[in-house]
Design a binder for this molecule. Structure first.
Ligand SMILES: [Ca+2]
Length: 599
């Protein structure tokens, strides 16, 4: 035993003793201790990546949380990082909380408009602030992405301890960022901007170490803690220690179609997706992998191997945190909430930025030069992402991916476990849930409530609904058939109510017009019902107009997707059996007329 292990063992023994003493005396007057809360965010982690959601990637620690608690298969985030995080931490709609657009893409007509600041604005209060006021310790480790100025950083927004990457992405090994205009990532620790990173820094490992350090340092005063573990993984670039890179060698050479089929099958067997669910179309610009040369498939497959390694490494470090909580006797009294912050990343950022007028200076051009040697993938300075084909695998069975408002952009996996979950262990729920529900849920669990005002300023209303009755097993959804959810990002728009979904997206992923889907029977959004159901369409558009009025939604005058159609191969109608050449069946001669060559 090391000294640290001995100390932990002693602490555990003392905790057990204290629990025994507490349970044996004065039952009635001992208030049950409020639960600790751990929120684990996977950055760009897909709906279908975890084993418990149908992935072949090995995630035993996350699956153990799923099996102890409940899985939710109808959970929505926003379509990209900072909008989702802003809603999670403020409980307020993006067009009011400052993330009406991502900071990186604020349009000319949105500049200087309240709600579009590009950071979590001071019109809102935050979940950690209210939990701190209610007597919780509040800790955060990982990516922030909600502002860099001194009054915008985690320490200014309610976190008592923090170790944070303020940028939206960057190297996992050092302070390298990936744009020429901002080549250095910015980090804070406990409210001070770091001049360098700790020795042996690797993002996923260091974030976990820091959080364990904060939890240990805060013990002893009996206060529960709220810990926000905002992992960078598995966001690109896929930076990964060498010994994690070779766990799936060759496994993905079979190509994306086969892996997507296998995941769908497992999802149906697990009950994640109803039997009979169809896969979304393979995006029309992605080839059928069977036509590719073996070497090409191996190189593209290696990208997915690296991604799978990223997720497994993430799971390993989450396991370290869970084990630590078990060692110190806090696991049983801890709620875990796990989700991916948006759909998997299918956009090649380099191509997108290079192809958007006026943004060429933004490039970190050396990125492309680092792609030449797959042996170096994962090393500092490399930049690998897996592309739309594997993003579709991560989002099985959905259509599209991060940034867009197809189900593949916003529909994600959610696990909740711990003392508040009174549902059958490992069970699956299909209630319509949203990331904005987390704030009212956790305030309720902490025994506090959302104030009407703060520092004399009225606060905007919460957009979500508490999961209390759902977690208690008394309800199947926090919302009625009339409640709706809505999204706007980069000019794309979507709305969900009951089984229905309304969508407007730029071409060619969208139609630059309203589309209507019944996602209860068509999760993959294959059948646009806008023409068949004009009354339902009008009703949904009226709700959209209500959303715009209520939240001051300003559609951007410029969008990173405005040239998407020009950058993609043309999309032609997909008529069954056309072109006939492709679908002409093999000619089979009469068997009695077959012959081998004579010589
Ligand atoms: Ca993200």
């Amino acid at each position: 035993m090391t000294e640290i292990q001995m100390t932990r063992a002693c602490i555990s023994a003392i905790a057990v003793l204290a629990a025994l003493l507490a349970s044996g005396s004065g039952e009635a007057q001992v208030q049950p201790k409020r639960p600790n809360i751990v929120v684990i965010l996977g950055d760009d982690l897909g709906f279908a990546d975890m084993g418990s959601f149908g992935g072949e990637i090995k995630t035993p620690n996350l699956d153990a949380l799923a099996n102890a608690g409940a899985r939710f298969t109808n959970f929505y985030t926003h379509a990209s990082c900072s909008p989702t995080r802003s809603v999670f931490l403020s409980g307020v709609d993006t067009h009011r909380n400052g993330l009406g657009n991502m900071d990186e893409w604020t349009a000319p007509n949105q500049q200087n408009v309240p709600g579009y600041e590009g950071y979590l604005n001071n019109q809102v209060t935050t979940l950690p602030q209210l939990l701190k006021d209610a007597g919780y310790h509040t800790y955060m480790a990982g990516k922030w992405h909600l502002g860099k100025q001194p009054d915008q950083i985690p320490a200014a927004r309610g976190f008592e301890r923090d170790f944070s990457l303020l940028d939206g992405a960057g190297s996992y090994w050092d302070m390298t960022n990936f744009t020429a205009a901002a080549p250095r990532s910015v980090f804070t620790e406990d409210g001070r901007y770091l001049t360098e990173l700790p020795k042996d820094y690797y993002a996923t490992k260091t974030y976990t170490d820091k959080l364990i350090e904060f939890i240990d340092a805060g013990r002893g005063d009996g206060k529960p803690f709220f810990a926000y573990v905002s992992h960078q993984a598995p966001h690109d670039p896929y930076h990964l220690p060498n010994d994690w890179r070779s766990r799936h060698v060759g496994e993905y050479d079979k190509g994306w179609d086969a892996v997507r089929q296998e995941r769908l099958q497992r999802q149906i067997e697990l009950g994640i997706i109803p039997a009979g669910t169809q896969l979304a179309e393979r995006m029309w610009f992605i080839p059928d992998p069977v036509v590719l040369a073996p070497a090409t498939r191996a190189v593209l497959g290696k990208k997915m191997e690296l991604y799978a390694g990223m997720v497994e490494n993430l799971d390993y470090h989450i396991g370290r945190l869970i084990d630590h909580l078990k060692e110190i006797g806090e696991y049983e009294n801890t709620i875990f909430i796990v989700f991916g912050d948006n759909g998997a990343e299918g956009t090649d950022l380099f191509e997108m930025i290079a192809g958007t007028p006026g943004t060429r200076d933004f490039l970190f051009a050396a990125v492309n030069w680092s792609q030449t040697s797959p042996q170096a993938w994962g090393d500092p300075g490399s930049y690998v992402a897996y592309g739309p084909m594997w993003a579709q695998v991560s989002m099985t069975p959905f259509s599209q991916y991060k940034g867009w408002l197809g189900e593949g952009g916003i529909h994600n996996a959610l696990i909740v476990s711990g003392p508040v979950v009174n549902r059958a262990p490992g069970s699956i729920n299909r209630g319509l849930m949203h990331v904005g529900d987390i704030m009212p849920t956790l305030l309720e669990i902490a025994g506090t409530s959302y104030p009407q005002s703060r520092d004399g300023r009225p606060l905007p209303p919460l957009m979500g609904k508490s999961w209390g009755p759902v977690l208690a097993g008394q309800a199947e959804s926090p919302r009625t058939e009339r409640d709706y959810l809505a999204w706007q990002l980069f000019g794309n728009r979507a709305l969900r109510q009951g089984d229905w979904k309304l969508r407007w997206e730029f071409k060619s992923l969208g139609k630059a017009d309203w589309e209507l889907y019944n996602v209860a029977t068509d999760a993959a959004e294959r059948h646009d019902l806008a023409a068949e159901q004009p009354a339902k369409l009008r009703e949904m558009i009226a709700l959209w107009d209500d959303y715009v009025r209520t939240n001051n939604v300003i559609l951007p005058s410029r969008s990173p997707f405005e040239t998407a159609e020009d950058q993609l191969p043309p999309r032609v109608p997909d008529d069954k059996g056309y072109p006939p050449l492709v679908y002409k069946q093999q000619f089979v001669p009469p068997p009695d007329m077959l012959a081998a060559p004579k010589r």
